[in-house]
Design a protein around this ligand. Structure first.
Ligand code: ADP
Ligand code: MG
Length: 684
């Protein structure tokens, strides 16, 4: 920034907080919209909503003492008259508008009570016969923040663009590639976007679809894609323990299951097995809709690792889910003589010491837990496979941290990442390009789609009646309490209050309660009772969102459904529809619904296909929301918009291949230019 004039220490700090730390950052801080100040317009041709420059003569200026003191100035230019309205003004300003004075004015036209008006326009006095030139380019309007003003940004970008003329930014993309993809060079794209000529297509510029903007978005997306690919290649250079064993053990495991694997499960398992025997670390994402049966597939992979003499770490995002996995695995693996350990943040003191010792000695072959697994003092004897369930709850960095556990002997563990939040290709390419992907695209047989309705919470009495009838028939139900605040204590309070009310309203039913603030033992006791059918109605917070598996539960009520993300609602709803009975889900909302909320709830009523839901969610809300805030750190784009620019993805892939093959030396510079410090996170 020292190359730019007029940026003192205070401005530097403010700009830095706004993400602008270098001349290049100034250049990449693109205008949000543009104003056409290149032509003087006749007043007679103006319409409400126009933003225009006019040259006019003052007819009359007067102070009006109405509800607010204001200065009204009537001006005209021979084609018509217009009223300027100021609420803040000083004596000097008022005197400047003497009758007959010439002024150049810029502002937004709106309809006034008597004639067209401009409120607080920008203006300059013109001398008697002055013929002042208008701007030669469209005026860029930059996104601003507190303490960083429009004019300051415009001056900075003027300087940065001038610097660009003398010391051009290097063009890392070869001319042949740019030609092929019909992209302009970086320099002219930047110049154009900051200072478009008067005849520029304003609509395209404001929509962000102008070729000059697309050129920049393209390179940014390319940089992200390349960075993930580089991460991937670095991992490929590492070695991993080939896991050859386990066929006999696996057959015993599968034979003991009460069901046969679906064709999709078998296919994905074969893909995993194929990866695991390689001497490079597997990095595979398994996507499968809620209830598609990812857990058994993971268990089968774990068996292969254990039978090959390695340890397996399985990480789940919530205590409840981790515990459920622990129980499942302990049961399945108990018969196979595989030692399964449990580790969460709540395991402390001596028990924790025991688990850590068992992991270090190798006595514990499988460990299941929460993020407590990647703390520093957890040491494995030979970690061969890391399984991460419901990846969307974790950040990329946590994933890497756990993988690094197995590094001591220059071997990386294999990685299996499972998610029920389907990732549209758009996002996958930008966020998961470092992973191979498998999809379990088939549900276990006999599943009946959940019947979903949306009701205003004014009809709560009806809903309660519905719960009563379902439970009378021997079915079980969930009542999910949600709040918009992430405050866990408020959520838990809401669940407790609701449980009290429902116990009163449904005194013949056995009502249980689970939330995150309860003691583990109590929580588990309640879940067990629900699982055994000793609780009819389970009142819960969203702790039950992922993983919980109770097939007899066939009715779910979700409160404040309009406030949850579609993916989250889909996850929640996935808790029912697991048994033989027709299940239903009631989405209760607080009326009135906004148009967007109405559309979103409609998506859930219309489809139970997680991929379709994710696609619609992406359309309705954008990628940050779909992936959850934890992962958006990875995909903070400055210019590109994954949704708007998804058509560029094919070109991005093409270009990435081309660069890798013909000018590998450009790859790092492109990544560095766009991701800067962020690129280092991906480092291995
Ligand atoms: P998710 O993919 O959501 O993690 P789970 O692994 O929890 O799904 O499986 C959901 C339920 O389906 C479990 O009760 C599991 O035992 C059962 N299941 C898994 N695979 C099959 C199958 N091939 N046939 C029948 N039931 C299955
Ligand atoms: Mg699961």
């Amino acid at each position: 920034m020292s190359a730019l004039r007029g940026v003192g220490p205070r401005a530097t700090a403010r700009l830095a907080a706004f993400g602008i730390e270098s001349v290049q950052d100034v250049l990449f801080h693109l205008p949000r919209r543009y104003e056409d100040r290149t032509r003087v317009m006749p007043i007679g041709g103006l319409r409400p909503g126009d933003r225009a420059v006019i040259d006019a003569v003052v007819d009359l200026a007067e102070i009006k003492f109405g509800r607010r003191r204001s200065l009204l100035v009537r001006v005209s230019d021979g084609s018509g008259s217009l009223l300027l309205r100021f609420f803040h003004f000083n004596k000097l300003q008022q005197q400047g508008f003497e009758r007959g004075a010439r002024v150049r004015i810029f502002g937004e036209v709106r309809r006034g009570p008597v004639m067209l008006e401009m409120v607080h326009p920008e203006y300059q006095r013109l001398e008697e016969s002055e013929n002042r030139p208008v701007d030669e380019q469209l005026t860029a309007i930059y996104p601003t923040t507190e303490g960083v003003h429009q004019l300051a940004l415009r001056k900075l970008s003027d300087q940065a663009l001038a610097l660009l003329e003398t010391s051009r930014l290097p063009e890392w993309l070869p001319a042949t590639l740019l030609d092929d993809l019909q992209l302009s060079d970086l320099h002219s794209a930047l110049q154009y976007v900051h200072r478009p000529p008067p005849n520029a297509d304003l609509a395209a510029l404001e929509a962000g679809t102008h070729p000059a903007q697309q050129r920049l978005a393209f390179e940014e997306m390319l940089a992200h894609h390349l960075s993930l690919k580089a991460m991937r290649q670095r991992a490929e250079r590492h070695s991993a323990m080939p896991l050859h064993g386990g066929q006999a053990l696996l057959e015993r495991f599968l034979a003991a299951l009460p069901f046969a694997l679906t064709a999709a499960q078998q296919r994905v398992l074969a893909e995993l097995q194929h990866d695991l025997v390689r001497s490079h670390p597997m990095m595979r994402l398994v996507q499968g809709d809620v209830g598609s049966g990812k857990t058994v597939v993971a268990a089968a992979a774990a068996i292969q690792a254990v039978a090959s003499g390695c340890q397996v770490a399985i990480m789940a995002p919530t205590e409840l889910l981790a515990e459920q996995h622990f129980r499942n695995f302990a049961t399945w693996f108990g018969c196979l003589d595989i030692q399964v350990a449990w580790l969460s943040g709540k395991v402390k003191g001596k028990p924790r010491g025991t688990v850590l010792a068992a992991l270090q000695s190798g006595e514990a072959q499988v460990v299941i837990g929460t993020h407590a697994l990647f703390q520093d003092d957890v040491v494995f004897r030979q970690l061969g496979l890391v399984i991460i369930d419901e990846q969307h709850r974790f950040g990329v960095h946590q994933r890497l941290a756990l993988r690094d556990k197995g590094r001591e002997k220059q071997l990386l563990p294999h990685q299996l990442i499972m998610t029920a939040t389907p990732i549209p290709r758009t996002l996958a390419m930008s966020v998961y390009a470092d992973l191979d992907s498998s999809v379990i695209d088939e549900m276990p047989p006999g599943r009946i789609p959940v019947h979903t309705v949306a009701l205003p919470d004014g009809r709560r009495a009806e809903v309660i009646q519905r719960v009563r009838e379902a439970c009378r028939k021997g079915l079980q139900a969930y009542w999910v309490c949600t709040l918009i605040e992430e405050s866990e204590s408020l959520q838990c309070q809401a669940a407790e209050d609701t449980a009290v009310l429902l116990r009163e309203a449904l005194d013949e039913l056995r009502v249980g309660l689970v939330h995150g603030r309860m003691k583990d033992a109590d929580k588990q006791q309640c879940m067990d009772a629900f699982k055994r059918g000793e609780v009819d109605l389970l009142v819960a917070t969203t702790v039950i969102e992922v993983g919980v598996d109770v097939p007899n539960a066939s009715l779910m009520i979700v409160e404040n459904a309009e406030r949850l993300g579609l993916a989250q609602l889909h996850q929640l709803r996935g808790r029912v529809g697991r048994g033989a009975a027709q299940s239903s889900c009631v989405l209760m909302y607080r009326a009135p619904l906004s148009a967007l909320a109405r559309q979103r709830l409609a998506v859930l009523r219309e489809t139970s296909d997680g991929f379709e839901i994710a696609r619609r969610d992406l359309e309705l809300r954008g990628p940050g929301e779909v992936l959850g805030t934890r992962q958006t750190g990875m995909i903070q784009f400055r210019i590109a918009d994954l949704l708007r620019d998804q058509d560029l993805l094919d070109k991005v892939e093409q270009a990435a291949d081309y660069l890798a093959r013909h000018c590998a030396e450009s790859v790092q510079p492109v990544i560095r230019r766009w991701l800067g410090r962020m690129a280092r996170y991906g480092g291995v």
